[in-house]
Design a protein around this ligand. Structure first.
Ligand code: MBD
Ligand code: FE
Length: 298
């Protein structure tokens, strides 16, 4: 029996996400020891304070220890961190941006997707399920100048909520592609509407969700990376109006500016939506660290 996307297991998507992360360059920041010490002390201090405030017991401590071991065994550190921590890192990193709002990358980005020009269809199966969606727009500077040649990378779940390369049975680059804006900074992408995404319930993250009485859902979303020379990379997600989880995303990554307004296609086949991107000029190197130190003495 060949397996299909519906046979996806937490430990398999976790292993894929872990490998993908380890492939990425520059994962080791050259953080000075004083800063490592400060951050580690404060995080541990918050843990100690929580234990004292709530009289955490040995059985609870052992349950935590077993769960943390499980996060590693299931390869779910990327999932855990991107769902419950990354949104605050993104908030701090991009607070100075004046252009398009961004949001978290999540665990399922894969670089070097097929290059598809300014106009085209994401790679998809001949019988790809889902409502067709024509997504077009323009990439501009803060001053409104079109950014010819801007790169638009798009990756998304399919109409059953699965990502290629992280669920079995899907073609390698299904619903993943890289577009290049034309001379007017414009692009047009044919795809399908993704389904809402449920984080795996059979792994350690799923155990936390059920033990805490939470829900495992993210609203349906398109993932994007938009870039142009001399400009900061924009990592974003776009959402669909009316999704029941736009207001309570498990990953806390929805912003009102990122909700699309799709309209029925005039030819009656699916939906069309226009969304433009405004990129900030490149941040000066070290600007964020300099900004931090100016408030450290307060
Ligand atoms: C996803 O698809 C996602 O976008 C994030 C942020 C976390 C888990 C799965
Ligand atoms: Fe996602």
């Amino acid at each position: 029996m060949t397996s299909t996307e519906f046979d996806a297991k937490a430990a398999d998507s976790g292993a894929g996400a872990t490998q993908q992360f380890l492939n990425k360059q520059g994962a080791a920041a050259d953080t000075p020891p004083e800063r490592v010490s400060m951050l580690a002390r404060e995080v541990l201090g918050a843990v100690h304070e929580t234990i004292r405030r709530h009289n955490v017991t040995y059985p609870e401590y052992d349950a935590l220890k077993a769960w943390l071991i499980g996060v590693g065994q299931d390869g779910e550190w990327p999932l855990f961190l991107d769902v419950w921590v990354e949104h605050v890192v993104e908030e701090v990193a991009n607070a100075h941006h004046k252009g398009n709002k961004g949001t978290i990358e999540g665990p399922y980005y894969v670089p070097d997707a097929p290059e598809l020009g300014a106009t085209g269809s994401l790679p998809m199966r001949a019988d790809e399920p889902g409502v067709p969606l024509l997504f077009s727009g323009q990439v501009r500077t803060l001053e409104g100048t079109p950014l010819a040649g801007a790169k638009i990378e798009l990756w998304q779940a399919d109409a059953h909520g699965f990502y290629s390369q992280f669920a079995p049975g899907l073609p390698e680059w299904n619903l993943r592609g890289c577009f290049t804006a034309d001379d007017e900074g414009r692009f047009a992408i044919s795809t399908i509407r993704p389904a809402p995404y449920m984080i795996p319930t059979d792994g350690a993250c799923g155990k936390l969700v059920s033990a805490a009485g939470w829900h495992p859902w993210r609203p349906a979303h398109l993932h994007l990376k938009v870039s142009a020379p001399g400009h900061d990379l924009l990592t974003a997600q776009l959402y669909f109006p009316g999704d029941p989880h736009n207001g309570d995303d498990v990953a806390d990554a929805v912003k009102p500016e990122l909700i699309l307004s799709p309209q029925p296609a005039v030819d009656g086949d699916g939906e069309v939506v226009v969304y433009d991107f405004v990129l900030d000029p490149s941040s000066a190197p070290g600007a964020q660290r300099a900004g931090l130190s100016s408030t450290e003495g307060r």
